[in-house]
Design a protein around this ligand. Sequence first.
Ligand code: UDP
Length: 446
Amino acid sequence: MKVTDLPPPPSLQEYRTIVGDEKIAALEELTDRLSGVAFQEINSTRSGGGVAEILNSYIPFLTALGLKTTWSVMEAEPAFFEVTKTLHNFLQGKDGFSPSMIETYWETLRKNDGLIDEESDVVTVHDPQPLGLIEFLARDELMRKRLIWRCHVQLETLSVDSVSEIGRLIRKLVEQYHASIFSSFQYLPLWHVPSFIVPPFIDPLSEKNRDLSETEITATLEKYGVDPDRPLITQVSRYDIFKDPVGVIQAFKHVRERESCRKKGCQLLLVGGRACDDPECFLVLRNVRQAAEEHPDIHILDLPPDSPREINALQRASQIIVQKSIKEGFGLTVSEGLWKGKPVVAGDVGGIPLQVKDGWNGYLVSTVQETADRIIYLLKNPDLAETMGSRGREFVRENFLLTRGVLDHLTVADQLVNGKITARGSVICYHPRVMTSDTVNGAEYL
Ligand code: UDP
């Protein structure tokens, strides 16, 4: 199914004011090299989660540059999403995938045969759900096009390198692609496919991230019964076990026990919603409500997918953003929080350490206790929290905005289309720009 309800192409001029002339000029130069190339993005859901968030800005931006781009979403029944959620969990290291699920996977993939456009030249397939579409492509099409598998999952090496049937299948499918893209070098598998490291990005001009008036922020707090005069700690994420919302509640309870001034005690806000490809979220939400035990200062929101301005307002109203993930491909919510000038306390996993430099623009944590300790420290030291927040905003400006993401993706496309990658079957770990934990040391290539 083609996505047709996209935001209009934005004005490049507005981005120029945020990122400067140089970056826009680099984008225009790459666009010239790729003029006439037709791009297609394929994923499994129109809304909910980071991939949809990214594509919603990425496609209009490419259109604004003058590149031909389309977005196609798979059509699938709930049974397929049950399977792919189990697969997603398996790839992140949680057992539960059974070989019998593979047939359900292929049944849906067969129904989506034809989703790859005949006219497209560079096709990016996001995550494991549509991965198998490559099997239906005729050989001459596979030769003519360039196919990229874009992995947003924190791959657990043990899962993908194990002798399991599904591990072998995933690897076999990925190795048919011309290239793969991962968000972080930390979980790059040693597969025979040219691999690029491109961290995701946020759009500073989207409804989720653009500046808002104080009036709108206050009105949003009022709407959800949040006290504007007391500190607010917020985690925004799908209700998913790997985001550890129950751990966040436990940390908050520790904080409340240790807060000296009870009258002005802080509040916790869990902002989540349901991605239509995530059947587990109802169960997790139920556990979250149980853990909260109707605590009057724990606000649990279950928002519809079209709530970007409200999420924006709630992030801006917060003193601290938390993202206590225990597995995380990248964690757009971390960059979203940093961009809004907030210190971020986040799990030391996956792509999060790319964004949070411990003790500089936030804290990396591994346990409930550490999370509570860091929150208390930031609440007690508001000046430090503010300094960390402003460092975070500049760090995101430099590294995690849409303009950088598009530049990297077009660089990969340029490498594939204009023939710089010739050797199939070798791992090329190319690192288009900064972005690793070595970033700060200025490393350009891995
Ligand atoms: N998000 C949202 N509504 C929700 C929960 C999350 O719009 O109820 C957004 C969030 O602001 C972010 C994206 O979905 O832009 C989640 O991306 P992230 O990389 O943090 O996690 P993912 O869901 O892809 O694992």
